[in-house]
Design a protein around this ligand. Structure first.
Ligand SMILES: [Zn+2]
Ligand SMILES: [Zn+2]
Length: 52
């Protein structure tokens, strides 16, 4: 059975990234985490469809 409380979805913490993240993580990928750490305003390089 699906748990309706377990649909915790938020935007990736990278400023320029528009991906959604689930599972309590802050970034959609390691790329975003590294990029946000070194240069928060850099373009997202996660490579996910619809995100650049
Ligand atoms: Zn992205
Ligand atoms: Zn991201």
């Amino acid at each position: 059975m699906a748990d309706p409380v377990n649909t915790d979805e938020r935007k990736c913490a990278h400023q320029k990234c528009t991906c959604m993240v689930t599972g309590g993580k802050r970034y959609c990928s390691d790329d975003c985490e590294d990029a946000a750490d070194s240069d928060p305003t850099s373009e997202c390089t996660c490579g996910h469809p619809g995100c650049k």
